[in-house]
Design a protein around this ligand. Structure first.
Ligand code: CA
Length: 721
């Protein structure tokens, strides 16, 4: 009874206050009307945009509300106003609330989808953007840069919004601090859903950035709190801080490749964040650069990043650094964090001829580190970091860490805490869940279609092209034995599996056998393939936003005149895997991954894996290049194990700018050798336990003086001296 009364009273008060705040309500149904009515609006008015799909709508909102009576501009029904095609939104004015819009099926005609400025002189202040969706709103060319949300001005807020699927270059959400404008922004970014952002394959794939290096020595005072970051893989920086006195607090980061990076600016606080790598490769933690940074009460579990992407990475600086390089770490305080099952913690990261200034007057205290083995690595002089009060369950090499044998128990909040020991992150951390973020009316899920998840079609030679054209994502084309002659390319725009017994023999005279387009991915298994065209599989001829995958298993390639997998510029394969396959008389390259020729660190394949395969008289097994000196990406990664290369062209394997190369347990017989060219950063090359017969020794060299490659050569036999 009491409860009912309470509720009635609450509703009555809500109605009363709504009545007091609101003036007129006007409904509009075009961008022109919107501009006009918003301009005419008085404090407390509400302008509703009629439900519908608006194509090529460039919205401008410019009005003056007051703190007590903001002007509200909203979708008539939240989520039912869709901006598509060449649409954008520019906001001027102050004390506005903008709500309920969806940007989908298009791309901004300008450099920013939503801009907190009307033009270069008119910036917004005290504007709240809430329950807005930007869903895969990408330019068709992934190299063309844009920003989805650009926050200019002061005291603006973006909350309960939904951003996922940014596939082209450019930050998802940025606080812009133009050169010559060092003002505090005091922006708040909270309760947003930052959904999957695929690897970009170059710099410019950050999810959030606050400022740029030019004005990084001034304060932004932006707060980023209680957001959910779900598979934000764009590049090494998930959140890139380039200004001072920002707070990054109570966010949850799930399975995202990259880190919170205090790249430029001083006095930032990173506190009470939960970062769960769940064993996914390259999942990072927090990277510290500059002065007076505090990293406190964070929980990091199961991350697999190393080097710059370690759970905690404290970097070396550049003496007298220019504004855009690395200022020395001073007065860092890293305390009361829990770091559970990390791949690495590193002090003095990036130490090289240029980054020679070690961290000073810094403290690493009262942290909990749980790991099967000592995950710490020090690079150079780390005496400027004082460790004390830390607890670990392994035998630590560093002083200031006490070994205690504890067991971890998962608490009600889903996080692990040591039984009976008060150390590490606080017990009252609260992970951000799906329900806490974004608008309730827009779904969060974004699963990619797995190979083999659809229907299986039996295919005879005469039906091949037709069935391939009609198949749905995840379907399997099961080829019957027979000869399949293909004279024109089979275009693939969804994930398809083509499988067969070895007696299903495909020969192609088309320039390309399988031509991938946007959304395409292919798995080949059990087939026999030969032909006179330029490539068996080729990525899209124009830029694609979706990353693609190629899997080759148990397939024989014989008498192929061109390449097996040929890549094109401005596309990215997330993975190319080859297993238990045979390549015999291949006139081109099996993995041709040199399509990118810019010096900006672009590359065409993130991860290449070759296992248990044989290559006989193959012109080149793999040719992989990532040019330039950029350090923003994890790839390319190259793995070759358990395979045999006999005869063929030289070098058999050529890698340039690959970040991690592992070549183990292979045989090279009368073959071209291995050539590895390292660029900057800390590339890791392992060539071990291979057999080389009448084959040149591996050639490994540095393309640039900076950088600190790690090279492991061991257990190789038969190397000519
Ligand atoms: Ca970056």
């Amino acid at each position: 009874m009491n409860q009912r009364l309470g509720m009635t009273a609450a509703i009555a008060i809500a109605l009363l206050s709504a009545g007091a705040a609101h003036g007129r309500t006007i409904t509009v149904s075009s961008a022109t009307e919107l501009l006009k009515q918003v301009r005419a609006a008085k404090p407390g008015d509400e302008v509703l945009i009629a439900n519908g799909v608006y194509r090529d709508a460039q919205l401008v909102i410019d009005a003056q509300g007051t703190a007590q009576k903001p002007i509200r501009i909203a979708a008539q029904t939240p989520g039912r106003v869709v901006l598509s095609g060449a649409s954008n939104l520019r906001i001027g004015g102050r004390h506005l609330v903008i709500a309920g819009l969806v940007f989908r099926d298009g791309a901004a005609p300008t450099k920013e989808v939503i801009s907190f400025r009307k033009d270069s002189r008119t910036v917004a202040s005290n504007v709240r953007l809430t329950e807005v969706v930007i869903d895969h709103f990408n330019r068709p060319d992934r190299r063309e840069e844009d920003i989805w949300v650009a926050i200019y001005g002061q005291d603006n807020r973006v909350d309960h919004s939904w951003f996922a699927g940014k596939g082209n270059q450019g930050v998802t959400l940025a606080v812009i601090r133009p050169k010559g404008v060092p003002d505090e922004n005091r922006a708040r970014i909270d309760h947003n859903y930052f959904g999957p952002r695929p690897p970009l394959g170059s710099n410019g794939g950050e999810t959030i950035r606050i400022g740029t290096s030019e004005e990084s020595l001034s304060d932004s005072k932006t707060v980023i709190d209680r957001n959910l970051f779900d598979r934000c893989d764009g590049e090494v920086e998930i959140i890139s801080i380039k200004s001072g006195h920002n707070i990054i607090r109570e966010n949850t980061i799930l399975q995202s490749q990259g880190s919170i990076v205090l790249r430029h600016g001083n006095g930032n606080l990173v506190s009470r964040n939960i970062i769960l790598g769940r064993g996914k490769a390259s999942t990072g933690g927090i990277r510290v650069i500059n002065r007076d940074q505090i990293v406190r009460d964070n929980y990091i579990e199961g991350n697999r990043g190393t080097d710059f992407t370690s759970a905690i990475a404290v970097m070396n600086g550049v003496p007298n650094s220019s504004i855009n390089r690395y200022h020395q770490v001073q007065n860092a305080l890293i305390e009361h964090n829990s770091i559970i099952d990390p791949a690495r913690l590193v002090f003095g990261a990036g130490n090289d001829a240029e980054r020679s200034a070690p961290p000073i007057t810094s403290r690493f205290v009262d942290n909990l580190i749980a790991s099967a083995k000592d995950p710490f690595r020090t690079e150079g002089d780390v005496s400027g970091i004082v460790l004390s009060g830390n607890v670990a369950n392994f035998a630590p090499a560093l002083a200031g860490i006490t070994r205690r044998d504890f067991t971890l128990k998962r608490a009600a909040n889903g996080l692990l805490y040591p039984d009976g020991i008060d150390a590490g992150a606080p017990r009252d951390l609260k992970p951000v869940t799906d329900r806490d973020v974004g608008p309730a009316w827009y779904p969060k899920a974004d699963a990619s279609v797995a190979f083999g998840s659809g229907t299986t079609h039996s295919v005879r030679p005469r039906d091949f092209a037709r069935v391939a054209g009609q198949a749905k994502g995840g379907d399997v084309l099961r080829l019957s034995p027979g000869d399949y002659r293909v004279a024109s390319p089979i275009v693939i725009t969804r994930p398809l599996t083509v499988s067969g017994p070895a007696q299903a023999r495909i020969s192609f005279s088309a320039p390309v056998l399988f031509q991938l387009g946007e959304g395409g991915a292919i798995r080949l298994e059990g087939l026999t393939i030969g032909g006179s065209g330029a490539a068996v599989v080729r990525s899209a001829p124009v830029s694609t936003i979706a990353n693609y995958r190629v899997e080759i298993a148990g397939t024989t390639f014989r008498d192929v005149k061109g390449d097996v997998v040929a890549t094109t510029p401005s596309t990215l394969a997330e993975a190319l895997t080859i297993s238990k396959s045979t390549f015999d008389k291949i006139g081109g390259t099996v993995v041709a991954a040199t399509a990118e020729t810019t010096k900006l660190g672009h590359y065409p394949i993130e991860r290449i894996e070759i296992r248990d395969s044989s290559f006989t008289d193959v012109m080149r097994v793999a040719d992989v290049a990532r040019l330039g000196t950029d350090e923003s990406t994890f790839g390319p990664n190259f793995l070759m194990v358990g395979s045999t290369v006999t005869g063929g062209g030289s070098p058999a394997v050529r890698l340039s700018g690959v970040q991690v190369a592992t070549i183990t347990g292979n045989s090279f017989v009368r073959a071209g050798g291995i050539e590895v060219a390292h660029s900057v950063g800390a590339p890791d090359t392992v060539i071990a336990d291979n057999r080389f017969a009448q084959t040149q020794a591996p050639k490994i060299f540095k393309l640039y003086p900076q950088g600190s490659p790690r090279v492991t050569l061991r257990g190789n036999v038969g190397l000519a001296q």
